[in-house]
Design a protein around this ligand. Structure first.
Ligand code: SAM
Length: 264
């Protein structure tokens, strides 16, 4: 792949381009693309990951916001006529529009400045997605995969695990990128549940209850849910109100949301 194109990496687009072929091959091996699969890449940049995937699948959709990168991407991938480039903001992109023949797979070395809101946006399409593989700031991967009781367990862990099985795969150091980011990165695999293990009757309520629950991590549940849940409610839910929020699992938060929806 040609690296001679002049393009200055833009911080505001979270651009850190992968150049370590060993890491690129390892990521593609984790994705394990198959011919004909519909894989959608967010932020293809100059195509570091794209080529390893499209050379197997033969077709691919990519969503890229920086229009100056698109001609470079097209030149680098000129051998693949079935590459469809969507010049768009992934945060506003309707991923369901690509799931017309069946579910899609989503991959990307995501722009770190928008990774959390982007993951929330993608979770809203979870039913249409078979799996997602992302490179993210390591701390975000740790948050996504954290289990009850872990330091980083919080709102992102609960909402991601409501929809998906989350697996942290491996760490990637800054030297694999150009320019190198200031922090370690990691690869995460997120597999949306085919059937949700616990179903919130009102999603907005679940989001609200998770947000309220973690408002003050050092405080007890009784404190955080003041005015929302009383001791009778906690007793009915079988939850000890003197616990801190990080002790609750996804099922507990779903039970709280469904209990409050019923009360209202
Ligand atoms: N995939 C390339 C690689 O691994 O070398 C580039 C990764 S770079 C970390 C993030 C990419 O996402 C850049 O190409 C950037 O222009 C693109 N990007 C940033 N914000 C975006 C957005 N809102 N929607 C789509 N692409 C975006």
């Amino acid at each position: 792949m040609s690296k001679s194109h002049p393009h200055k990496a833009r911080k505001r687009f979270g651009q850190n381009f992968l150049h370590d072929m060993g890491i690129i091959r390892r990521i593609v091996a984790c994705i394990a693309p198959k011919e004909g699969q519909r894989i959608v890449e967010i932020g293809p940049g100059k195509g570091a990951l794209t080529e390893g995937i499209i050379s197997v699948t033969k077709r691919m959709d990519v969503v890229e916001l920086d229009r100056d990168l698109i001609p470079i991407l097209r030149v680098n991938l000129f051998r693949y006529p079935d590459l469809t480039v969507h010049e768009a903001d992934a945060m506003k992109f309707d991923f369901e529009s690509l799931a017309n023949e069946g579910n899609i797979r989503v991959v990307g070395n995501l722009p770190y400045n928008i990774s959390t809101p982007l993951i929330f946006h993608l979770l809203s399409f979870a039913e249409k997605i078979d799996d997602m593989h992302f490179m993210l700031q390591k701390e975000v991967v740790d948050r996504l995969a954290a289990r009850p009781g872990d330091n980083l367990y919080g709102r992102l862990s609960v909402m991601a695990q409501y929809y998906c099985r989350v697996e942290s795969l491996f760490i990637v150091g800054p030297e694999s990128f150009d320019p190198p980011p200031k922090v370690d990165s990691a690869i995460v695999r997120m597999m949306p549940h085919k059937t949700l293990p616990f179903v919130a009757n009102d999603l907005k309520m679940l989001e609200d209850m998770v947000r309220i629950g973690f408002q003050q991590r050092r405080k007890t549940l009784r404190n955080n849910y003041k005015g929302v849940l009383n001791d009778e409610d906690f007793a009915a839910l079988g939850i000890d109100p003197s616990l801190r929020p990080e002790r609750l699992d996804v099922e507990d938060f779903v039970n709280i949301a469904n209990h409050v929806s019923k009360k209202d």
